[in-house]
Design a protein around this ligand. Structure first.
Ligand code: FES
Length: 85
């Protein structure tokens, strides 16, 4: 599994390409907001500062440069940053 570097709210974390971004944020000790963990409610919505993520099918609305960490993984060839609330 590829290792990647995540920049979250200015904090650099180590991540991987397999787990959802929500799981990785929690593993890193952050406490991002969530409810359904399944792409339905939109509670985990974050802003992508740079880079690109792979957003899996979800029902909640996402605008440009927004995504749902519960249903997203990042791509190994991109470095990126995100802003969580
Ligand atoms: S926790 Fe429900 S869409 Fe993210």
């Amino acid at each position: 599994m590829s290792k990647v570097t995540l920049n979250v709210n200015g904090i650099t974390l180590e991540g991987n390409t397999g787990d959802s971004l929500l799981e990785q944020l929690e593993s890193a000790g952050l406490q991002p907001e969530y409810q359904c963990r399944n792409g339905v409610c939109g509670a985990c919505r974050c802003r992508l500062g740079s880079g690109k993520v792979s957003q899996k099918d979800s029902l909640a609305y996402t605008a440009k440069m927004r995504f749902l960490p519960a249903k997203a993984v990042h791509l190994p060839t991109w470095s990126w940053s995100l802003i969580i609330h």
